[in-house]
Each structure stands twice: as C-alpha cells, then as structure tokens.
Design a protein around this ligand. Structure first.
Ligand code: CP
Length: 301
C-alpha cells in the first residue's frame, strides 16, 4: 500500500492485513515500524472521532503529530496547495491525513506535486471514507466472525453519505448481502448503479438483519428543498428499542457518528446495551488507524 484513498483500490488481502494488524494493536502488541515518523493531520472539515483517533493512534505508535491548523496557516495569504504540501514534506511530514469537502481531493492534490507523498483519506465530500468502512468492518468481524452472506442494512441519508458508499464497496468484496433503506429524498438519483437491495420502509428493511447501521442526516450538505422534506424524517425512520427488538432482535446496531439523537435513533436505544456498539466503533477506529499508519506512515522513499 502506498496511499489509502478509497476502498475500491484495496485488495482483499490488503484489507485482511489491516484487520489482522488492528487486532494485534487491540491486544496491546505495539510493534511499531513508524516510531519517530510524523503524521500531518489536515482537516479542512470538522471532525471528532476521525481526527482524534488518528492522533491517538499515531501517538500510541510513537509518531509525532502535526495538527495543521488551516485557519492560521499561510493558505490565508494565498499559498497554493502544491507549495503547502511540498513545504510540509520538507519540514518533516511523512504521511498526510486529509479530510476535505471536495470529492477526489487527494488525487487532485497528488497530480500537482513533484514528490510522491503518502496520503490517507479521512473523508472527501460525499465520496469516500475508507478508514470508517475499515473500522466498521473490524467491528462487524469482531461481533459476527464473518460477514459473508450476512444481511447488513444501512438506513438513512444515503445520497450524501461517504460512509454508506465505502461500506458498500468493502462489504461487497467480502460477500455480504447489503440493503439500503432511505426515503426518496435521501436516495441518490442513480439507485440502479448500486449493487444493493433498496427499501423505503424501515421495518420491512430490517427484518432478520444481522447489522442495522444508521446514517447521520447530513444537514450541512442538504439543499433547501431536502431540508424541508427531512423535517419529517424521524416520523418514519427514527429507530427505537421496541422496533429493533421486534424486527431484528439479533442485529448489531451501528452508527458512524456523530449521532443526531431523536432523529436517526432514540436516546433510550442509543444509551442501552445494544447502543454501546456505537462507542465500540469509535474505539476500534484507534486500532484500525494504528494499523493503517503503521503500514503507510514510514514516509516516501
Ligand atoms: N464518523 C466520523 O467520521 O466522525 P467524525 O466526523 O467526528 O470524524
């Protein structure tokens, strides 16, 4: 692996390698190959889980962390993307972790650079969130053993979700049966391009599910018309304990966070024993990101 840009560019053995390495880190076996190297975290969009778990992961591996502050940087003086990354590379950054609202931003940055720098995608617009999909996969494997043939139902704002797209790409590689459930205003225009079973009824969708993954309603990405429609989202799609117990009693409940309480999920369900998996996902993000940094954080040759 040179970069981690999306799930589609990873082979199954590469994914398996990340999962096995994350398992070792979870068991306290910190065999770091990147001690003393520097991870540069560049978050052009806000984040709690991804940024903080990358920072913790890097520190556990004995890396230095450069938390690049976009607002106080020389971007405000008009410095170009190319000059910024090349200077940071010469200052000492070995690997760049980038979150940005623009889709395919890392490919666009790499095309401008004179050096073959290493990048990890921490989320690019509606396109891709590969480290989230990997930590979700790790969590599913921990709970289910194997996802092959398992019914994974992803519910909510699919149209604006990089999490849904990256999870679908990964789960299809490993033979899961993926279902998407969304109201029409949260379905993408090209539904037939997705290799999933589509639903608009929540109860019908989650019957006998092995995993129910709820998505965040991404208010910051919605146009005025969709915001209006989304006002009634919780009436039909907010999941509560009674519904989950009735239709999918054995399902693992997941949510990438941040959660809109009482919109996607009731507080009583999130705060119940079943809802604890959502916090376990955040913790597993540290192990998975350790595995990724350990693989990529050595810098370019
Ligand atoms: N799941 C996720 O990406 O959360 P953050 O936006 O807080 O990083």
């Amino acid at each position: 692996m040179h970069d981690l840009i999306d799930i589609e560019r990873l082979s199954n053995p590469e994914i398996e390698n990340i999962i096995q390495s994350a398992k070792k880190f979870a068991n306290g076996d910190i065999d770091s190959s990147v001690r003393g190297k520097t991870a540069c975290l560049m978050f052009f969009e806000n984040s709690t889980r991804t940024r903080c778990s990358f920072e913790i992961a890097a520190k556990k591996l004995g890396m230095n962390v450069l938390n690049f502050d976009i607002g106080s940087s020389s971007f405000s003086k008009g410095e170009s993307v190319k000059d910024t990354f090349e200077n940071l590379h010469f200052i000492g950054a070995d690997v760049f972790v980038v979150r940005h609202s623009e889709e395919q931003i890392i490919d666009k940055i790499k095309n401008q650079l004179a050096f073959d720098l290493k990048f990890i995608n921490a989320g690019d617009g509606k396109n891709s969130h590969p480290t989230q999909a990997l930590l979700d996969f790790y969590t599913m494997r921990e709970k289910l053993g194997d996802v092959c043939g398992k019914k994974i139902v992803i519910v909510g704002d699919v149209a604006h979700s990089r999490v849904a797209k990256s999870n679908l790409a990964l789960l299809n590689k490993f033979g899961a049966k993926v279902h998407f459930c969304a109201p029409s205003y949260f379905m993408p225009q090209n539904t037939s391009a997705f290799d999933v079973v589509w639903h608009s009824d929540l109860k019908e969708a989650i019957v006998d599910a092995d995993v129910v993954m709820l998505l965040r309603v991404q208010n910051e990405r919605l146009d005025a018309e969709t915001i209006k429609s989304a006002g009634s989202y919780s009436d039909l799609y907010k999941l509560d304990s009674a519904t989950l117990k009735k239709y999918a009693p054995n399902a693992i409940l997941m949510h990438p966070g941040p959660v809109n309480r009482e919109v996607e999920i009731t507080s009583e369900l999130l705060d119940s024993k079943v809802g604890r998996t959502v916090l376990e996902q955040a913790r597993n993000g540290v192990y998975v990101r350790m595995a990724i940094l350990n693989e990529l954080g050595g810098g370019c040759v």
